[in-house]
Ligand binder design. Structure first.
Ligand SMILES: Cc1ncc(COP(=O)(O)O)c(C=O)c1O
Length: 390
């Protein structure tokens, strides 16, 4: 018999009833050190007192208001996003997938309003993940995601990851946009170099193609800058944000320049829930905290500490790990063993981690994890790896 919950996930037999900072407490009372943070979502840890206060205060005022009306909390969140980024305008969504959908629509509308509706091809990259809607799976195009869901939405071409020669050959003045994660998450914590990101920007400028960055996983302070593209000193035309921006409340956004968004006039897009007061009040608080330079400086300090300890871990288990990659608190341990086995060994040591493609174990702790919890996490990872030592 099919389970009451549609069985689309391979779940571990664990359930959590509470959280405190970087700890998730299971229904049997066991405390797990959470180095997955709901896959980069619980950016400020579980039950963060400031977020709980903001959420409960807003919950006592008003939860939902239709976008038929002005929503001050939505405007406040948009103001903060604009103040701290390249963008001139923002649309608030409930998830990363919805942000991807709007980004794709925005690109198409831009070219159709420019009188060139045949200019719709978006170049994407192998190993990408942009969500699970029909548009987002067509964009990423991986066999695993699209199998059985055809016919796929046309208008996407996947290029080999990080191969700039392939991009140079593919991009032209018929390309509508390039859509890319500056640091791939699901694809295995695979970074684009700053030089490659700058080259992509240059190629877009030369051809007129829009640059769409997917910072759903790598954004919101995760890499030690508010957004990962800042390292390369470039700005996109459109950017997708989600995950960490809600600190655990479902929230996302599309940010865009005035020019890129120029086609998105009244009636062209909408959402019942997107931008509701409850989500936006939390999102604005998260933005206030994470965008502060002192907070980001701390993320970088903690990232340095974690990375230094992980180097010791990798050296101590040469049959388990091959190396470390990623930036800030978005780190991947490239594995020789199966990352899924390591995740399981982690459960036995009461630490939560996340597997990714390309034989990678992902570490995505809350951005405010304490130094003690970093040391404890690496001790637990060490014991987990010892279970798998040859
Ligand atoms: C880079 C990236 N884009 C988009 C998404 C989709 O976001 P969501 O699951 O919130 O729809 C994800 C989710 O993992 C992601 O990592």
């Amino acid at each position: 018999m099919i389970p009451h919950v549609l069985p689309t996930y391979n779940r571990a037999n664990l359930a959590f009833e509470r959280g405190e900072g970087s700890w998730a407490i299971a229904t049997d009372g066991t405390r797990y050190l959470d180095l997955g943070a709901g896959i980069a979502v619980n950016s400020l840890g579980h039950a963060n007192p400031e977020l709980v206060a903001t959420l409960t205060e807003q919950a006592g005022k008003i939860w939902h208001v239709s976008n038929l009306y002005n929503i001050p909390e939505q405007e406040r969140l948009a103001d903060l996003l604009i103040e701290h980024t390249f963008a001139d305008t923002a649309f608030i969504t409930n998830s990363g997938t919805e942000a991807a959908e709007l980004a794709i629509k925005m690109v198409r509308k831009f070219w159709s309003e420019s009188g060139d509706s045949d200019r719709f091809e978006i170049l994407t990259f192998e190993g990408a993940f942009h969500g699970r809607s029909t548009g987002a799976i067509a964009a990423a195009g991986s066999e695993k995601m699209v199998k059985g869901f055809g016919p796929l939405m046309p208008g996407f071409r996947q290029l080999p990851w990080g191969e700039m020669e392939a991009l140079k050959a593919a991009i032209s003045d018929r390309t509508a946009a390039v859509m890319v994660e500056p640091l791939q998450g699901e694809g295995g914590i695979r970074p684009l170099s700053d030089a490659d990101l700058r080259l992509i920007r240059e190629l877009c400028d030369q051809t007129g193609a829009l640059l769409v960055l997917d910072e759903v996983q790598c954004g919101m302070g995760r890499t030690g800058k508010l957004f990962a593209h800042e390292y390369a000193g470039i700005t996109p035309d459109i950017m997708m944000v989600a995950k960490g921006i809600g600190g655990g409340f479902p929230l996302g956004a599309v940010l865009a320049t005035e020019a890129a968004a120029s086609g998105m006039v009244a009636g062209t897009h909408g959402s019942t829930y997107g931008g509701n007061p409850l989500a936006c009040a939390v999102g604005a608080k998260v933005m206030e905290i994470i965008a502060a330079p002192e907070f980001l400086a701390e993320v970088n300090r903690k990232a340095g500490l974690l990375r230094q300890k992980l180097e010791g871990l990798v050296a101590a288990h040469p049959d388990v790990f091959e190396g470390i990659r990623g930036q800030g608190l978005m780190l991947g341990l490239k594995c020789i063993v199966s990352p899924a086995d390591l995740v399981k060994a982690g459960y036995a040591e009461h630490i939560l981690t996340v597997p990714a493609a390309d034989s990678t174990l992902r570490l995505l702790p809350p951005l405010n994890i304490s130094d003690e919890d970093i040391a404890e996490a690496v001790a637990r990872l060490d014991r987990a790896a010892s279970r798998l030592d040859a």
